[in-house]
Design a binder for this molecule. Sequence first.
Ligand SMILES: [Zn+2]
Ligand SMILES: [Zn+2]
Length: 265
Amino acid sequence: MRFESIASGSSGNCIYVGSDRTHLLMDVGISRKRTVEALRGIGLDMKDIDGIFITHEHVDHITGLPVIARNSDMPIYATKGTIDAVLRSSKCGNIDPARFVCVRPDQPVTVGDLKVNPMRISHDAADPVGYRIYEGNKKACVCTDLGCFTDYTAECLKDSDVLLLESNHDVNMLQVGHYPYMLKQRILGDRGHLSNASSGQLLSRVLNDHIRAIFLGHLSKENNIPELAFETVRVEIMFSESGYRAEELPIQVAKRSEPSALIEF
Ligand SMILES: [Zn+2]
Ligand SMILES: [Zn+2]
């Protein structure tokens, strides 16, 4: 399998996951132009993409969708609530509803030689999900935009070879920052975004011996710093009972506007 974070953060999200013959995008929250450029960097063209999976209807996950949908004919996978919300949005209203394929949490769909299983997440969107992607016994997960996690979340992320997990904000930076009170409450709430510390706690529960890459993703531009996210997550792992040494884990921060290295596993 192959995995690349094309863009990750509150200003736009797009992840490539593929096998030798099946190529998928998870969210298209950046322009078609930037998406095409990133794909070219790994030897692919938009016409190679076999499907787009949308996590939820927030603009940082669907900005590129109208133009991409107009220029290509791949299916767009999302939950019913997300499809309805996307079609209601002013920019995406022109997309032919027949382009969408409805998915449900914990009901895997097959695309080529990949299997994609949506997972429930807690976020202030219509019907948001994360995605687990499999080729045989290999597994990658994309899990961002969640205000809290449960045993279910940890169960879903276990055994990953590659994991992109939200590490959105530093709670102190958010609290002393200039965001209005209501927005702070929204981000901190159960349907908001995962803090660096919570991300580290969740990560501590899902580590395994075969994990090849851990991306900390969807960092807030205002309320986080990559080095702080990285250090906070490592401290949480150090103080957890996971038995793993944080400095030996392949943790990196997924960049806001630059593609990561292509991970092959
Ligand atoms: Zn969101
Ligand atoms: Zn988002």
